[in-house]
Ligand binder design. Structure first.
Ligand SMILES: [Ca+2]
Length: 330
């Protein structure tokens, strides 16, 4: 049974008692008028979406967010979760960050956002950049981001936290999940790892969770076949206690052991966060064939309608080394 111990409740207050505020980057109040111009779909981003990179590409671009802080945030940090790809040697993106709020208060800070090696299609291509903005009072704020350089400042924004200095959140803990749902109360996610899975050797998959206030949820993990039917139940819907520190529980992969190779979808459903779905390929039987030195026969199988035929073209195209690189025993 998955168990993430409940730790002491964090001090402070905020949304639902949380000291932390989260806002999705794709939910802007001022920016590209058409969603197609302002929003990009990225599976590892919170909500599966982000602010599209080109919305902050050049001088004159601007994106604004309306925030409502339910309580003061002492010694606040703005933590931007961003991705950016340098396709050639190039300087980093520079943005002007401006917060305007109660009492006509105005806070302006620069932020430099470097290369994350991609536009966010993989979890590790997302990082957090921290900007000290000082204590922010409760109330309505407008956060405006605008490029401080003339061009090539494109940067995808998954979302941002406003967190008191006492609360530590890292980009690494968020990137541990292949799929994630972040809110002001915390986050939940699913960690799968390499998409090719040896069902005879896989130790399991990860459920990741953290509450900025301790809480509970429920999680269910199943494997769907190519027709969308349940091929295996890895974890029945059960309660999860969520701690105020990053936690990870392992869902054993034992129920996959006797399934045939093929294309599947691993689906985790957290209460309140919808369903996360990650395509996986079970390759244990094919990997066994490799071990016995006969995978080259698959070309022959394909010609004769052998059950492995559908996999032959796909896997041979990737070379036999694919299995060592992407499907280690785990
Ligand atoms: Ca997002």
């Amino acid at each position: 049974m998955l168990a993430i111990a409940v730790l002491a409740l964090a001090s402070g207050c905020g949304a639902a008692g949380s000291p932390v505020y989260w806002h999705e980057g794709e939910n802007y109040a001022d920016g590209p008028a058409a969603a197609a111009e302002g929003v990009s779909e990225k599976a590892p981003a919170s909500g599966g979406k982000c602010l599209i990179g080109r919305a902050l590409g050049k001088t004159g671009d601007r994106v604004g967010y309306d925030l409502k802080l339910p309580a003061d945030v002492p010694e606040a940090k703005l933590l931007l979760r961003y991705s950016r790809h340098h396709w050639k040697p190039m300087p980093p993106s520079k943005l002007d960050v401006v917060l305007t709020g109660p009492g006509a208060k105005r806070i302006a800070r620069p932020v430099v956002l470097g290369d994350t090696k991609g536009w966010g299609s993989k979890p590790k291509q997302w990082r957090l950049a921290a900007v000290d903005v000082g204590t922010l009072g409760a109330g309505r704020w407008r956060l405006t981001l605008s490029p401080a350089v003339t061009h090539y400042s494109d940067v995808c924004i998954d979302g941002f936290f406003i967190a008191p200095g006492s609360v530590k959140i890292t980009g690494e803990e968020l990137s541990a999940a292949d799929r994630i749902h972040i809110t002001s109360s915390g986050y939940v996610g699913l960690a799968v790892g390499p998409p090719a899975v040896r069902q005879d050797a896989c130790k399991g998959f990860g459920l990741v969770a953290r509450g900025f206030v301790a809480g509970t949820s429920t999680a269910e993990v199943v494997l769907l076949d190519s027709a969308g039917k349940r091929a295996a139940v890895l974890r029945r819907k059960r309660r999860v206690d969520i701690a105020v520190e990053a936690g990870r529980g392992v869902v054993p992969a034992g129920p996959l052991k006797d399934l045939p190779d093929g294309a599947y979808v691993l689906r985790a459903k957290w209460r309140g966060a919808g369903a996360f779905e990650v395509p996986v390929a079970l390759v244990g039987q094919l990997a066994e064939l490799k071990k016995h030195g006969i995978p080259h026969e698959l070309h022959v199988f394909a010609d004769h309608g052998h059950p492995y035929a559908p996999y032959a073209e796909q896997y041979f195209a990737l070379s036999l080394d694919f299995f060592e690189k992407h499907a280690p025993a785990r």
